[in-house]
Structure formats: C-alpha cells, structure tokens
Write a new protein. Structure first.
Length: 129
C-alpha cells in the first residue's frame, strides 16, 4: 500500500481463531486470540487501525499483524478479542481507518486517561511501535 493515510474501507469482518499447526502470523509472532489484532490484505505490518462496528458505533484500535482474509467477501479478519469488544458476528459491517504514527514516536499513547488518584492520571493503554 502506497499511502495508508488516504485509506478507508468498509465491508464485512471475519472472526478468526488459530488453526491447529499454523499459529504464526505474517509478522512472525504467535497468534493470540486474546489480543486486539487483525489480518488485512494490504495494510502495513505492523500498523494500527481503528475499526468501527457500523451497526452499533463501537470502535477499537487493533494492531495489524497478519495477512488475510482469503477466499471470501470479507475485508478484515479480527481476533476473537477484537470481535468481542466490537460485539460483531461474521455478518457485521465494519469501517477500517488506519492510524498513522510518526516514525520517531516510541509509543502511541491513547489520550484516554484513567484517574489513579486525585492528583495523578495514568494512560489506560499504550501500544509499542
């Protein structure tokens, strides 16, 4: 993909689980259905994308770490954890919007902060790049 900043795609999402004997992703890491990850045919590996469930408005950020889906009319394959957070089924329409992160940034910190104490805020999620 030449320029992911101009990419947006809508279509049906698939849910995938590890198949026996083939649990490595295209990134070389073991597939973990409890992580917020996804497989996409053209987005860079690794990259991040915001996935929106168009039926209920739920949104999450997933890490693209694999290729797929193959052989069907789906635009992305979501891990079980990602699908559960979005409350999706195999017939749910989603929108994919890549998140562009500057190369010099070491961590993407989502701006959602959680109060740890009255005087201190803690990031609720950080994603290594």
């Amino acid at each position: 993909m030449q320029d992911p900043s101009r990419f947006s795609q809508a279509g049906l999402a698939a849910i995938y689980d590890a198949e026996p004997g083939s649990n490595l992703t295209a990134s070389g890491e073991a597939f973990d259905p409890t992580q917020l990850t996804a497989a996409h045919p053209t987005l860079p590996i690794p990259s991040y994308a915001r996935i929106t469930n168009l039926a209920n408005g739920r949104m999450i950020v997933v890490r693209i770490n694999d290729r797929g889906p193959y052989g069907n009319d789906r635009v992305i394959s979501l891990s079980r954890a990602a699908a559960d957070r979005l409350n999706t089924s195999n017939n749910t329409k989603v929108r994919i919007d890549p998140i562009i992160v500057a190369r010099m940034v070491r961590f993407l910190v989502l701006v959602w902060l959680v109060p740890q104490s009255p005087n201190r805020l803690t990031p609720c999620l950080h994603l290594p790049i």
